[in-house]
Design a binder for this molecule. Structure first.
Ligand code: PHB
Length: 388
């Protein structure tokens, strides 16, 4: 007779024990990011954005604590990124992989996500192909073709007929160059020259001399955010390409909010396209800027927004799965998700797991506070990666 009373007691105890264990064990998010080296700005922005999200929204979701584990790739270092992703899954037992500022690092970790069946949230890396490399990849940032096509259209509509292209010689640069040429020539524009600069530590001087000699109407540029756009702007002014009347148009990476204030007045008037500007006027952006200022100094940039939105996506998954994280179920939740981002609403295309969003056309202007901003003056709604 006794066991009839004991059994429910035991199972109740077992359940509460399991619940306690679940509550004790945090949901772990393993970041693979560029925290040192020439691309350190990207990792710093991504992790600051993610930390700001956690600070603003609390670190307990569906009864489980959220823990961020940060691993530094030290730069463009695919082998390091791959090893770190493996260690995060095997040793740290993370539930999600996240971060990934640079394309080569994301590509190297893709098979690890597949093997470990862990969702991998791309918070910046922007080469189109990345999401096709694993069914566990989802991207909340952008793709280069997605921001470049609207810029080529803008140029065509604004009297620019001849363009020289200059891009960093790796995935995102090649994507940008290819898309610019495609859209621009399809609309009747002419490409008068193209150069690709080294992905790591380029010296822009010889490339700028060739550009000056070609004397195009405009130059289209993509360079990875951080040190390179600042060095480029300096060299552009030193060689007086601006004074030679060569118009500069670029993806927003080049007039990045995070370093725009360090560029002097050189970028004034430069038109770019991108998904985020600090000057974006919305209550969501104001809340983001406030939360960011609580944990870091300086301006956030689009990579910080990637970190913030990536965490928003992960929080939503934890909530929807009621704290019981499973890689395959997490991917089902992520597909088709809508996120109320500081840049405007974004959605994850369920077919490609890539981001669909508004792309803004902006001009660098000096605002009342005497500082430079990317001021949005036009936009294209619901832009998909054109290759998808
Ligand atoms: C990339 O490596 O995919 C990347 C890096 C920096 C950017 C954009 C894309 O600004």
């Amino acid at each position: 007779m006794l066991h009839q009373y004991l059994k429910p007691l035991l199972s109740a105890a077992a359940i509460s024990f399991a619940a306690a264990v679940l509550a004790e064990e945090p949901v772990k998010i393993g970041f693979v990011v560029e925290m040192t080296g020439p691309f350190a700005d990207i990792g710093r922005q991504i992790t600051n954005g993610a930390r700001a999200y956690v600070k603003a929204h609390g670190d307990v979701v569906a009864g489980r604590k959220v823990e961020l584990i940060i691993r530094d790739t030290t730069g463009m270092a695919p082998e390091v990124a791959k090893r770190e992703a493996q260690e995060l899954i095997v040793n740290d037992k993370v539930d999600f992989l996240a971060g990934f500022g640079l394309t080569p690092n994301a590509l190297a970790a893709a098979p690890v996500a597949t093997e470990g069946k862990k969702p991998m949230v791309i918070m910046n890396a922007a080469t189109s192909i990345i999401t096709a490399r694993s069914p566990y990849i989802v991207r909340v940032s952008f793709t280069l073709p997605q921001v470049t096509a609207p810029l080529a259209s803008w140029a065509l509509n604004n009297g620019i007929k001849q363009v020289y292209t200059l891009v960093a010689d790796y995935g995102p640069g090649i994507d940008a160059e290819t898309q610019f040429k495609k859209t621009f020539t399809a609309g009747g524009g002419e490409i008068v020259g193209s150069v690709r600069t080294p992905a790591n530590n380029p010296d822009f001087a010889p490339f700028l001399q060739r550009l000056k000699d070609a004397h195009p109407q405009a130059v289209f540029i993509f360079l990875p955010v951080g040190e390179q756009p600042t060095a480029f702007m300096k060299a552009f002014a030193e060689r007086e390409l601006d004074k030679a009347g060569i118009k500069l148009i670029a993806t927003g990476d080049v007039t990045d909010d995070g370093v725009l204030e360090a560029m002097g007045d050189v970028p004034l008037g430069v038109v770019t396209t991108q998904h985020y500007s600090v000057a974006h006027d919305s209550s969501q952006n104001r809340a983001f800027l406030k939360a960011y200022a609580d944990i870091a100094s300086g301006r956030p940039n689009f990579a910080a927004v990637g970190g913030w939105d990536g965490m928003a996506a992960i929080y939503e998954v934890i909530k929807r799965l009621n704290g019981n994280i499973d890689g395959d179920k997490a991917m089902e939740v992520l597909k088709g998700m809508t996120i109320d981002s500081p840049r405007g609403t974004i959605t994850i295309d369920p077919a490609t797991r890539d981001v669909v969003q508004t792309i803004y056309v902006r001009r660098v202007e000096k605002l009342k506070d005497g500082k430079l901003y990317n001021v949005e003056f036009d936009k294209v709604l619901n832009v998909k990666d054109p290759g998808k």
